[in-house]
Design a protein around this ligand. Structure first.
Ligand code: NAG
Ligand code: NAG
Ligand code: NAG
Ligand code: NAG
Ligand code: NAG
Ligand code: NAG
Ligand code: NAG
Ligand code: NAG
Ligand code: NAG
Length: 783
């Protein structure tokens, strides 16, 4: 289970790595650009505008990786390097941002340039506070408390920065039913006697920013509380006017700007105006009349959250939503969309307003967040360690104290070359949120080479290098409409890429003319060889007559001609180097026989023997059938003038029996390759011979001079002997017979004599007589 899996992943990884390797090698991004401008838009590619660099050839491609560009005179090298210049850097007690204006020119597409910027938390940085108060009836106690606490607020803030100014404005809601109960001053049923009756208004700017505390207290004290009908108030109308009416409010040019937006109710947003029949969208402009009242309240809708957010950002406003706990959640939602804003929890009677402003201000002034106005063609990144030591990508620092210096590294990257030329020199504003200071960056993205433009160094109009048919730009010809080619030497307006396709067999091939010729107006001109006997030819210079196979240093072994890398062998020769004879002659043993003795095949003029045979002709083969029968007739006719060949005539014997036949006194097998044969001649004598091969492989037959004949048989002697033996046997048999009969007769006679002496010869006792009348008795004969 485990092992095949492991193998698979190994193979997969190897293949993947190989793929990456191959692709990584095959792709050189600097080879595709054909003009200087295209070249320098590829990071790390540099352009050589030297005139002679535009010739065809491998390493002299005018666009190259910087590290590989070794052949270009330094004055002809086009390799834009970013140039950074600090234009304005005013050190000032009250300026937090340094430098104030920087220019970065010659920044190439895809390149990153770093420069540094400092943000210093200065003491007594100006602070502008505009107090925007909801004066609907529920805020009565808040108003009274603010009157009481104003002095303390100013004192606290002066403790932080001496440059503190304060302004005041109030808001209620649009004076339109249903937002108010009544549009005139007469008191309605829901009025409160203690606050009297007054006309509702949208926004009233009461006091411009000033350092006069008493004026502030008096203004707040004299502000009248107003009754409304619905609970949400029209505070965003007031907020927008307070932000955009710079002159009336008196916002200072360089200061930290705060708006305290104090309310205990929700706010109407864009679209709510429809309820009162107001449909015209808010135009975001300042509309304060001579009485410092918002004049367009009844004609324009409430502003949208987007407008609030935009003006807060543009005007560096830090809005403090000082709201009571019951409506806090909705302002927290708004705050997310408004940069530099925060939400603070206001006591129901604004008792904590001083503490709240101080805390918020300290939070704001102890942090810095960088923002910029870069477009899509540039990416701006911020790196800082804040007050620590670890530098990381970060645009925000918190917890700063007066006197702290934050070093930012600002990294600008040109992402693209914008088609719109004016967008190649963007002016980017980099600034801290909520501080009206800015670092202006004049950027120039370089997308073209100077030598491409008329008048630039390296630009030659109607240049002779371009056959007076085009302009020389950065060392490369740009041909007019009726010419093409690297030197505008070709007629017709086909571009050079199209012409080059005619110089290679297919699109996949990159090398023109097989690397052995020059592509000239779509035709390959093959290179000449130093040796005039050799020639490169073919449409793509793919052929030559010198790179065929060689044998012993001879092209085609001297037995053929070389044609486009292939030997064409003369008759009688074959093989890739023409070193093989086509005949089988050399495979037939000298003196005749089968090709390779029948034990192998003839290959390129020599035998390839089967496994059981050996020798030049595979003649050495102990297990193969013998050739005795083949040689017998020749031995017969050559040595003994007998046999089938000699019977016809001598000519046949001579023509068939070309191998050497020797006679020897005795023959016997002397080598393993030899074989013994024999045959019986007409005299019934055995002829013995041995065949073998000499050192050349020629057949050699050795014949024993004398056939081996059997000795003659003595017939007469055998005949007499046989006859004699027979007679002797006969006589012996006769003699035996005589002896047997003699001894028998002699014994019988002796018995007769014996019996005649003992027997009583009467008629009664005649033993041979049997009574014919007596009982039958078995006759017993006695001898
Ligand atoms: C380019 O040509 C030079 C000789 O001019 C040769 O030494 C070099 O190996 C060639 N490079 C390639 C990548 O073919
Ligand atoms: C720019 O600065 C950052 C942070 O110090 C660093 O990571 C980056 O390599 C720098 N880039 C260049 C081009 O110097
Ligand atoms: C202002 O600062 C002084 C000294 O730092 C301190 O004694 C005083 O209480 C502060 N006043 C307020 C209102 O915070
Ligand atoms: C506020 O105004 C009332 C009269 O409208 C006056 O009596 C009171 O003294 C004023 N308070 C302050 C602190 O000026
Ligand atoms: C900020 O840079 C200045 C010089 O550019 C250096 O003197 C200072 O120590 C740096 N401050 C920090 C916190 O790195
Ligand atoms: C190029 O951009 C500028 C400002 O960014 C603009 O005024 C001009 O119309 C644009 N030109 C073209 C051709 O888009
Ligand atoms: C280029 O120069 C040649 C001769 O030097 C002249 O005949 C031709 O008119 C010129 N063409 C242009 C476009 O100037
Ligand atoms: C090869 O080039 C010809 C002509 O430029 C084009 O028509 C054809 O599609 C190309 N073939 C491949 C496989 O890219
Ligand atoms: C060579 O031998 C092969 C068989 O081994 C035979 O087919 C061919 O005709 C022979 N060629 C000659 C020239 O004898």
């Amino acid at each position: 289970m485990y092992s095949p899996c492991w193998k698979f992943w190994t193979v997969f990884c190897v293949l993947l790595a190989y793929n990456i390797y191959v692709q990584g090698n095959a792709y050189d991004p600097c080879l595709s650009p054909t003009t200087c401008g295209e070249c320098i838009r590829v990071p790390n590619c540099v352009w050589c505008s030297h005139k002679n660099m535009s010739v065809q050839g491998n390493s002299s491609h005018p666009c190259q990786l910087r590290d590989l560009m070794t052949y270009c005179p330094i004055e002809s090298l086009v390799d834009p390097i970013p140039v950074e210049k600090i234009l304005v850097d005013k050190p000032d007690e009250l300026i937090q941002l340094r430098p104030q204006r920087v220019s970065v020119t010659n920044l190439r597409q895809g390149l990153v340039h770093n420069f540094s910027m400092q943000f210093k938390v200065v003491k007594n940085y100006p602070a502008d506070l505009y107090y925007l108060m909801d004066v609907s009836h529920s805020m009565l106690d808040d108003k009274n408390n603010l009157v009481r606490l104003a002095g303390s607020l100013v004192e606290t803030m002066r403790n932080i920065t001496t440059e503190f100014v304060l302004g005041f404005g109030s808001f209620v809601d649009k004076n339109v039913i249903p937002f108010v109960e009544k549009t005139n001053a007469s008191c309605g049923p829901r009025s409160f006697p203690e606050i009297g009756c007054s006309v509702t208004y949208s926004f009233s700017h009461k006091l411009s920013l000033s350092d006069n505390v008493n004026e502030f207290t008096e203004t707040v004290n004299s502000t009248r509380i107003v009754t409304t009908f619905d609970v949400p108030e029209g505070g965003f109308d007031a907020l927008l006017q307070a932000m955009v009416c710079k002159d009336q409010i008196g916002w200072r040019e360089r200061s930290r700007r705060l708006i305290v937006f104090a309310t205990d109710a929700h706010s109407h947003l864009a679209g709510n105006g429809r309820l009162g029949g107001i449909i015209k969208p808010n135009d975001g402009l300042c509309h304060l009349d001579s009485n410092n009242m918002y004049a367009e309240a009844l004609r324009q809708d409430y502003p949208s959250l987007g407008q609030i957010s935009r003006f807060a950002k543009d005007n560096n406003m830090n809005i403090i939503f000082a709201v009571t706990n019951d409506v806090k959640s909705s302002y927290l939602e708004f705050s997310k969309f408004v940069p530099g804003s925060s939400v603070a929890n206001l006591d129901p009677n604004s008792e904590n307003i001083v503490e709240l402003v101080r805390e918020t201000y300290e939070k704001i002034s102890s942090s810095v967040e960088m923002i910029d106005t870069s477009g899509p063609e540039v990416r701006v990144r911020y790196y800082t360690a804040c007050t620590g030591t670890l530098v990381r990508e970060n645009n925000k620092c918190e917890g700063l104290k007066v006197g702290d210096i934050v070093n930012f590294t600002i990294s600008i990257e040109a992402i693209e070359c914008p088609a719109n030329v004016s967008a190649r020199t963007p002016i980017i504003q980099i600034k801290p949120v909520g501080v009206n200071e800015v670092l202006t960056l004049d950027l120039e993205i370089v997308c073209d080479c100077a030598c491409e433009k008329p008048g630039g160094h390296g630009f030659v109009a109607n240049a002779t290098e371009c056959n007076s048919s085009g302009d020389l730009k950065c060392g490369v010809c740009e041909c007019d409409s009726s010419h093409s080619g690297s030197h505008c030497e070709c007629r017709g307006n086909e571009n050079i890429v199209e012409l080059e396709t005619n110089c290679k067999p297919d699109n996949a091939t990159k090398i023109l003319c097989s690397g052995r010729g020059d592509c000239f107006c779509g035709k390959c001109q093959c290179h000449k060889r130093p040796n005039s006997m050799e020639e490169i030819s073919g449409t793509y210079c793919e052929c030559d007559d010198f790179s065929c196979d060689r044998f012993d240093g001879n092209l085609c072994a001297g037995h053929g001609s070389c044609n486009c890398g292939q030997c064409l062998c003369y008759a009688g020769w074959q093989g890739s180097d023409c070193n093989c004879k086509t005949t089988n002659e050399t495979c037939i043993p000298i003196g005749g026989g089968d090709v390779c003795s029948g034990n192998g095949v003839c290959n390129c003029g020599s035998c390839q023997c089967s496994a059981t045979s050996n020798g030049r002709y595979c003649e050495d083969c102990p297990t193969c059938p013998s050739r005795c029968d083949e040689f017998t007739p020749c031995v017969q006719c050559k040595v003994f003038q007998t046999g089938p060949y000699s019977a016809d005539n001598e000519a046949v014997c001579n023509s068939e029996c070309t191998y050497s036949i020797e006679t020897q006194e005795t023959v016997q097998v002397e080598e393993t390759s030899e074989r013994e044969c024999s045959y019986e001649n007409e005299k019934k004598c055995t002829v013995k011979f041995v065949y073998g091969f000499d050192s050349n492989g020629a057949i050699l037959v050795r014949v024993q001079q004398e056939p081996i004949c059997p000795p003659p048989i003595p017939v007469l002697a055998i005949g007499f002997g046989l006859a004699g033996a027979l007679i002797a046997l006969l006589l012996l048999a006769l003699l035996c017979y005589r002896l047997v009969t003699y001894f028998y007769d002699k014994r019988e006679y002796a018995r007769f004599l014996n019996e005649r002496e003992n027997a009583k010869w009467n008629t009664d006792n005649n033993p041979l007589y049997v009574n014919p009348t007596g009982t039958f008795k078995n006759p017993t004969y006695k001898l």
